[in-house]
Design a protein around this ligand. Structure first.
Ligand code: G3I
Length: 366
């Protein structure tokens, strides 16, 4: 921020200059502004006043082809996550041939727009390269070889983006809905120690990036979040380099929501272990068609998660899993459901968008 320049000009001009500076470097707005937060400001301007990274998942094809989509990402968010292009299937479709072209473009876009990048994701059971899953199924990739392949993948990808990513979802969805370690090719072939290994390899490749556990249905206090709490404690006891806990935040209007107090209590117990926390994939779907009560319930779903984050001492980022219904993953995965994002298919704001601005503006007055 150019405060000295602001001080040098007259009061009226100072206000005008300030508002321009705010738009170009919104993230540091909090400490230097004496202006009250305004509901006309973007999410990133208001988040900047709360020291919060507010992010969105980015659909790479839309990023390259849809200018209004691109502009909205730049104006509304100070953090972005690749929705797909950093996943293993996309970065190594052919064994041994790494392709970071799309992910690199996304990182460049973030740099140009003063945004940080969340890395998603190093280890998952979905979107794995076919050569890998076929090789394991056929027995041509042995467990010992699989461990070496995983190590190489983690080191290659984290090294490639070293210094350019602020948080990595290191392992994604490794606990199932019954609160047990998920039955995947990783657990079956490598045993439960693979989780600690992946964190250690990631730390080796980038000493500074924050390394996260990440999952869905772990926003509130329940058996699954308990299992994560125990896993986190266990990893920390083994001196595994774990820095953060990410709750994805995929909600549905028809299921109801937690209270912000419950989500905060859950985040707090992880923070009390010394971890930072983040909401990493927030969206609130509904049974179609939309109507006002559903849209208002949706706003409440977004609101409790943002409030919980703002009420938590070490909740560093709040990311929505796409910001427009135009490109949301939801209709393709849940038949009859949709409208999960802050903006509709024409990029018009829904009540949820206004609600997030109001919550951020209120928090900024503290
Ligand atoms: O890229 C291919 C394209 O070549 C092909 O023509 C087309 C045909 O279906 O598929 C395209 O791949 C799709 C890919 O997204 C890219 O658009 C896959 O089919 C589709 O399954 C994939 O879905 C992604 C999903 O993860 C995979 O499970 C979603 O976009 C993505 O939003 C979703 O994200 C996950 C997070 O990573 C983890 N948490 C849950 C979240 C929602 O499921």
């Amino acid at each position: 921020m150019k405060l000295s320049r602001v001080a040098a000009v007259g009061a009226l001009a100072a206000v005008a200059l300030y508002s321009i500076t705010l738009q170009s470097s919104a993230d540091n707005a909090s400490t230097e502004s004496h202006q009250p937060p305004s509901l006309d400001q973007s999410l990133r301007e208001l988040a900047g006043r709360n020291d919060l990274r507010i992010g969105t998942a980015v659909d790479f094809d839309a990023l390259t082809s849809d200018a209004p989509y691109r502009e909205r990402i730049a104006s509304e968010f100070n953090s972005i996550t690749a929705e797909n292009v950093m996943k293993w299937q996309l970065v190594e479709p052919t064994r041994g041939q790494l392709d970071f072209a799309a992910a690199d473009q996304l990182v460049e876009f973030a740099k140009r727009n003063g945004q940080k990048v969340r890395g998603h994701t190093l280890l998952w059971h979905n979107q794995l390269p076919v050569w890998l899953t076929d090789g394991v199924a056929a027995g041509t990739i042995t467990p010992a070889e699989l461990r070496g392949i995983l190590r190489q993948h983690v080191i290659d990808e984290v090294s490639h983006f070293r210094g350019q990513i602020y948080q990595w979802d290191v392992v994604n969805e490794v606990i199932d809905d019954n609160a047990n370690l998920r039955d995947t090719i990783w657990l079956r072939n490598l045993g439960p120690g693979y989780i600690a290994d992946v964190f250690r390899w990631a730390r080796q490749a980038d000493p500074r990036v924050k390394l996260y556990l990440n999952d869905y249905n772990v926003e509130g206090l329940n058996a699954k979040s308990d299992a994560y709490y125990n896993l986190a404690k266990d990893l920390l006891r083994q001196r595994v380099p774990l820095d953060g806990f990410g709750a994805q935040g995929h909600y549905g209007v028809q299921f109801g929501f937690h209270s912000s107090a419950e989500v905060r209590a859950n985040l707090k117990r992880f923070e009390d272990l010394g971890l930072e926390t983040s909401l990493t994939e927030v969206d609130v779907r509904m049974l179609m068609p939309t109507d006002n009560p559903k849209l208002q319930a949706q706003a409440q779903g977004y609101s409790v998660l943002l409030q919980a984050c703002l009420l938590s001492k070490r909740c560093t980022s709040f990311t929505v899993w796409g910001f427009t219904d135009k490109y949301s993953w939801v209709p393709g995965f849940f038949e009859g459901e949709g409208a999960a994002c802050l903006l509709d298919e024409n990029l018009a704001a829904k009540p949820a968008y206004e609600e997030l601005r109001a919550v951020l503006a209120l928090a900024a007055r503290r």
